[in-house]
Write a protein that binds this ligand. Sequence first.
Ligand SMILES: Cc1cc2nc3c(=O)[nH]c(=O)nc-3n(C[C@H](O)[C@H](O)[C@H](O)COP(=O)(O)OP(=O)(O)OC[C@H]3O[C@@H](n4cnc5c(N)ncnc54)[C@H](O)[C@@H]3O)c2cc1C
Length: 507
Amino acid sequence: MNQSYWILSTKSKDYENLSKDLRTNTLIVGAGIVGVTTAYLLAKQGVDVVVVDADKVAYGSSGRNTGKVTTQHDVKYSEINNKYGLDVASLYYEGNNEALNLVKNIVKENDIDCKFEEVPAYMFTQNENYIPDLKDEYELCKKIGIDCEYHENLNLPIDIKGAISFNNQGQFNPKQYVDGLMDKCVELGVKIYENTPIVDLEKGDICTVKTRDNIKIKADNVVIASHVPWYDGLNLYFAKEKADRSYLLGATLDKDFPKGMFISVEEPTKTFRKYEGEGKKLLIFGGNDHKTGQGGKEEEIFEHLKQYASENFGLNDFKYEWSAQDCMSFDNMPYIGHINKSENNVYVATGFSKWGMTNGTLSAIIISDLITKNKSKYEEIFNPSRKGGYLNTDFIKENLNVGINYIGGKLKFGSDEMPREKGEGKIVNIDGKRYGAYRNYDDELYVVDITCTHLGCELKFNSAEKTWDCPCHGSRFNYEGNILEGPALRPLNRYGENKNNVDPKLY
Ligand SMILES: Cc1cc2nc3c(=O)[nH]c(=O)nc-3n(C[C@H](O)[C@H](O)[C@H](O)COP(=O)(O)OP(=O)(O)OC[C@H]3O[C@@H](n4cnc5c(N)ncnc54)[C@H](O)[C@@H]3O)c2cc1C
């Protein structure tokens, strides 16, 4: 079953959808960790806030991750230091540490039951070739003033060649945290509307934002907390970051497991932590990321992870499996702040590179400060309009990859036969045109136009989740053609309807 343990095991509240026009001071689009934390910080200062979400609270990446709240972000400090220098690396740490402490305080002050535990975070290698990288990162972390230690070995049943620990980090159930914080927001007067997708923004001193049902919200400030920005402000976010998918399992733990959160430096990444709650003891285990729409046979990735967990940790009872994606910026720094240089009342937060629990909380600190004080000490280093930093070999490689997939997708021929097996999906040719066909488990056939409605790339079938995924910019659609993840704003048309409309604004 492809659904996050956190979402399956949490009884979510239902909030109504928006059915009439509204006026507010600050509209927040997206009810993940960024949107809900920003709403909380603003509402505490008396700002009038409305939050809308296309789906439900914390049903995006915030309800599908590993639940590590840490300032240890792979070998991030070395990467930032090499690109931007020690001061920027230190400020990145300071901001994320402030965010970690904010999460700890929010949980305590509001008594949020999200199984928050203070634990160390470990980054390890099983490959001697990575020891120099780890040692360099350790020396730099010491220089920055991070409370960390170097280990030759760890109390784990796998062969470790070296590791760094960060002390006093946190782990929680991320869905329960965001839900609990949303409850506090409602108590503070925040209005929240679910199942309310936003499709357009007209800029101005007062912005007008439109829902898919053409309901209008007028707001002095708009915060785009939608993970992938649905409004680009001509700052080309789709070309400055890429979507990476990764995979998680929830396996029954019937023995003790060391306290802490663990992640490998080398790829394919392995990440794991223990979770106790709802009468269960689980190891949340996963990794193996790949660019969305380019994972080969996705269902084999779960098998690979299960094999590793079984051989190395003796785990065999895999009760939960799911995948999720995050936006990876090309210079390892998120984009947080004004969407572009001219629209001072539209804000964005994206590109957390799989570390959005602290970076997302930090986004809320920065954006709420920009709205209420017109400044933040972190605004410069995360400025989404920063020059050049993302223009590097990754940027060139990824955008070449987009071109190759765009053209390659158009040249690929489909099959002349419809899927025969239940659960089978493939590209088919009908009257010389390409479609995506899927036969569901009730033996019903769904045929959709698989040209992505964002920028016209050809979608690929994801065999684990039975979805159509864009290999260029990460949009995802279910087999009926409905949007699961942006940046696309329009669903796919079905066979017999007109061909898809590609996003006219971006073209
Ligand atoms: C497998 C995996 C494991 C991870 N583990 C960790 C971890 O342990 N620690 C960590 O720090 N980070 C982790 N991350 C990263 C982290 O989950 C994300 O960075 C973070 O959740 C992003 O939060 P967000 O609020 O920006 O987005 P989301 O939580 O995705 O929220 C965005 C919301 O916007 C809504 N939305 C989108 N478009 C529209 C629209 N047009 N109109 C209205 N609403 C819209 C969506 O429905 C969604 O609810 C992990 C990521 C993955 C993929």
